[in-house]
Design a protein around this ligand. Structure first.
Ligand SMILES: NC(=O)c1ccc[n+]([C@@H]2O[C@H](COP(=O)([O-])OP(=O)(O)OC[C@H]3O[C@@H](n4cnc5c(N)ncnc54)[C@H](OP(=O)(O)O)[C@@H]3O)[C@@H](O)[C@H]2O)c1
Length: 345
């Protein structure tokens, strides 16, 4: 099968398409990388492997990295910070998240706590000013509280952060965070999660808010590599959060029941072979589908190893998916997935 090659975007033939997040003044590579895998919760990834994943992504032109204070309780931030320090001229933009190291009640989101979380992330990442900090799927009343946003604005004035946004579970929360003044919204959007296309992406475009797309592969389902017999490690959220036991079930397989997801992923793989770009894997097509949606700034697939990181970055070189293919995917969603997820997130 033909491999997808990297496509030059700038005048020197280097790099990857960059998209501007108007309200932050920063740009992000259209394919970024998520680093939950470099913390914990997905089984073990060694420090060596983590370095290889980040190096492979950067070599392919990825300059946007997403992390969080809670991934491996700081391990992911520490590894990302060390990597950025070792590549000072690479133009990396690092987005972290805060708020989930305490019980999720509004009372815990005080101005003092937010500054403490910020101090810890700055220490772990080894910088004075964070590029972008996102509230990490906080309770809805935190997003609706003007004090939350005032504190974040104050933290910009104090040069603790350059910009702030929110990672959210639902479309309603995304709109609420935009009202509060978020520069960016991180949300789940993929072939099995289409609701943000309705209101969230148009609103973000209108307001110049960046959209950072997470879980683009539905936790790996859309790669088409799993079967109903596939098992995951005990310390992988795809085992211990299969039914939402530890956190929102929408974060695991995009909230689609595993057996349904397997069948739909098989159909997705078949459609990719029939209607997709030649030589592209289903995972690459799934990423292209995301970046092709108007309003998306960057997508942050998680990668367990360097090969995955490389392959994901190369999806930036794919041509747009055809109308026929897009319609077939919409029909697949309507028939098999919509009833499981559309009313929830
Ligand atoms: N609440 C939040 O804010 C939140 C929640 C979830 C995620 N995130 C962020 O979003 C990022 C992405 O989401 P995610 O990692 O949960 O889900 P994802 O990107 O949909 O799936 C990642 C998984 O897909 C598989 N994969 C990746 N690249 C592949 C390739 N080229 N070919 C085949 N399989 C591939 C790997 O599975 P295997 O492990 O089976 O190889 C990998 O662990 C996270 O890393 C994190 O930074 C944020």
């Amino acid at each position: 099968m033909r491999q997808i090659e990297r496509r030059p975007f700038d005048e020197d033939g280097n790099g990857m398409e960059q998209r501007h997040i108007a309200s932050t003044g920063r740009s992000a590579s259209v394919i970024g990388i998520g680093t939950w895998q470099l913390g914990a919760d997905w089984g073990e990834v060694s420090e060596d492997q983590a370095g290889q994943v980040l190096s492979a992504a950067l070599a392919e032109g990825v300059t946007f990295i997403d992390t969080a204070d809670v991934y491996g309780d700081g391990r992911s931030e520490r590894l990302v910070g060390a990597f950025a320090a070792a590549h000072p001229d690479s133009g990396l933009v690092i987005a972290t998240k805060m708020g989930r190291r305490v019980p999720q009640v509004r009372e815990n989101y005080t101005a003092e706590a937010m500054r403490q979380w910020n101090d810890r992330s700055r220490r772990m990442l080894g910088v004075d000013t964070l590029d972008l900090v996102q509230l990490h799927c906080p309770p809805t009343d935190v997003l609706g509280d003007p004090l939350t946003w005032q504190t974040l604005r104050d933290m910009v004035d104090e040069a603790r952060i350059r910009a702030f946004g929110a990672s959210v579970e639902t479309c309603e929360q995304a709109l609420l965070a935009m009202d509060g003044g978020a520069s960016s919204i991180q949300i789940i959007l993929n072939v099995m999660r289409r609701k943000p296309l309705e209101e969230v992406l148009p609103a973000a475009r209108e307001r110049g808010v960046g959209i950072i797309v997470r879980v683009p592969l539905a936790s790996g389902l859309l790669s088409g590599r799993y079967s109903k017999d596939t098992t995951f490690a005990a310390d992988d959220h795809r085992t211990y959060n299969r039914h939402g036991e530890a956190f929102d079930v929408g974060e695991t397989f995009s909230g689609v029941p595993f057996e349904v997801g397997i069948e739909v992923a098989q159909e997705f793989s078949r459609l990719c072979a029939e209607l997709g770009p030649e030589g592209a894997t289903p995972a690459q097509v799934a990423l292209k589908w995301v970046t092709q949606q108007p309003g998306v700034t960057t997508v942050i697939p998680g990668a367990r190893n360097a090969d995955q990181a490389r392959a994901n970055a190369r999806s930036a070189a794919l041509p747009d998916l055809s109308e026929e293919f897009l319609s077939a995917l919409e029909e697949l969603y309507d028939q098999r997935i919509r009833a499981h997820v559309h009313h929830r997130w």
